[in-house]
Design a protein around this ligand. Structure first.
Ligand code: LFR
Length: 487
């Protein structure tokens, strides 16, 4: 293959970016071409993704990527958050909106599905955790509210699949992200047709998933004209967490991985799914990973809580144009300032359950935290610093608890924690994590998701050998900080 430069379009629930990666003397290099905010819009009574805005930002980013000194990338890959999707009609036009997973439409849908299939049976089939927003529950909500949309649908595409379609005119269903629907059979790695039947979803909209590494196609002429060059679109693990895990510079087989962004995804890689009753009870999941591995992990609310507090004190909202609280300060508060307030609030101690669904999309994160403390008979935070302290201490405690469960369920012992993603820059949280777990933390790289995306393309082009080589290459290419429990 002659492909030398690779672009990653990596869109998370809060921000998106386009990065270009290449290999130089055995090391991976990265350059950022474009970064943008991903905010939601209110349409038809729901919080939705601004698909038009995301597409335009992607085009802009790829155009800028082509103008970097090294010349245009020959291959590009897209990854995004999981579970969300669009439906296309027989003319391949989008039906309705891409509703966001934090929208309230799923309330009550777990119960509806439980009436059709026992939770144990569902978990045994899919290996997927019970999360209110899994695609299966979103589809049940859609079926209730807009049965006509589901009836008109000919294709279901996950968000990255849809962006790939817009770039190339070709439809592919990528496996890792498809697992987050909660509708794939964990062992066959294909849609569980019995399950689709049980919950009453139209089997014809689900196309057989293909693995990362598969080429989707070239840009359409129209897209190539706008971007200024043409390139091949190749599938990475299109689920961001799948790409992030591929890029974890694991030192050995005894590390716990945390992909820290809007969510903290804490877990390990396995070659088989774990669907024991303990895994179900602790709500662990078995998501499809790169190279036929499974990510056995737990979703922890993560930086979302801190981002929400910050937006709230600054009087902004993650949904564009929606009513926001009035700002509490005469200046915009940033994360450093919040952390400084937090340190000043030591040793305030109250603990909340950061796994609780009440924190998924509360009207006010601050009031929700205060209420949770009050209801559990603990001291109620009185200052912003105390709110922050409560979140940080609760997150670190949740990490420690989850690692203990992981140990119990898998029977494995862990000797370190690898934290990757934007959240690994939070040295305060890293120190608290090391202290709470008693394990050394290895923090970095920050752009693990984009790196994993690029790496999958490099493997597909024959420039890297596989997962182990990717991890060695990442370890050699990016700064990784070690934080010991006693520092
Ligand atoms: C992280 C992530 C998680 C998924 C959540 C919702 O960005 O993809 O893995 O549980 O977003 O899709």
């Amino acid at each position: 293959s002659d492909t030398k430069r690779y672009a990653a379009v990596d869109i998370g629930a809060s921000t998106g970016r386009v990065l270009v990666g290449w290999l130089e003397d055995g090391r991976m290099r990265l350059e950022e071409a474009h970064r943008f905010d991903n905010s939601q819009i209110r349409v038809g009574g729901h919080n939705c993704w601004d698909m038009h805005g995301l597409f335009e930002n992607m085009i802009e980013g790829l155009r800028k990527a082509g103008e970097l000194p090294g010349g245009p990338p020959g291959s590009i890959g897209i990854d995004t958050w999981g579970v969300d999707f669009v439906l296309l009609d027989r003319d391949r036009k989008m039906i309705g909106e891409a509703v966001s997973y934090r929208d309230a439409r799923c309330n009550g849908m777990c119960e509806v599905v439980e009436g059709l299939i026992a939770p144990e049976d569902l978990f045994a089939r899919t290996g997927i955790q019970r999360q209110l927003f899994n695609t299966v529950y979103q589809l049940m909500a859609l079926k209730k509210e807009h049965p006509e949309q589901l009836a008109a649908a000919r294709h279901l595409l996950m968000i990255p699949d849809y962006l790939n379609f817009l770039l190339t005119g070709r439809m592919r269903t990528e496996y890792t992200n498809a697992t987050t629907t909660g509708l794939l059979n964990a062992r066959s790695r294909d849609w569980d047709r019995d399950l689709l039947d049980l919950v009453g979803l139209p089997p014809c909209v689900f196309e057989r998933p293909v693995m990362p590494g598969v080429e989707v196609g070239e840009f359409t002429d129209e897209v190539a004209a706008r971007i200024g060059y043409s390139a091949r679109v190749v599938l990475p693990a299109t689920h961001d967490t799948g790409s992030a895990f591929l890029a974890v510079p694991a030192r050995d087989r005894h590390g716990v991985f945390i992909s820290s962004g809007t969510w903290s995804l804490l877990g390990v890689e396995r070659s088989e799914p774990v669907t024991s009753s303990a895994a179900l009870r602790e709500n662990f999941t078995n998501e499809g990973g790169y190279g036929l591995r499974y990510r056995f992990l737990k979703n922890i609310m993560g930086l979302w809580m801190i981002q929400s507090v910050r937006r709230e004190v600054n009087g902004t909202s993650y949904v564009r144009g929606s009513a926001a609280a009035s700002a509490r300060f005469d200046h915009a508060v940033d994360f450093d300032e919040l952390r400084a307030l937090c340190r000043d609030a030591e040793p305030f101690e109250a603990r909340i359950d950061v796994d609780d669904e009440r924190f998924l999309a509360p009207d006010s994160m601050i009031s929700e935290i205060e209420a949770a403390c009050r209801e559990s008979g603990q001291p109620v935070p009185q200052t912003l610093g105390q709110i922050m302290r409560t979140i940080y201490a609760s997150l670190a405690a949740c990490y420690a608890r989850s690692i203990a469960s992981l140990r119990e369920i898998t029977g494995c012992d862990f000797s370190s924690i690898n934290i990757v993603g934007g959240g690994c820059q939070d040295s305060y949280l890293n120190r608290m994590t090391a202290a709470a777990t008693g394990l050394p933390v290895f923090a970095g790289p920050i752009e693990a998701t984009a790196i994993g995306n690029v790496a999958a393309q490099m493997i597909a082009a024959g420039h890297l050998d596989g997962t182990d080589e990717v991890r060695r290459c990442v370890a050699a290419s990016f700064p990784i900080e070690r934080i010991d429990p006693d520092t």
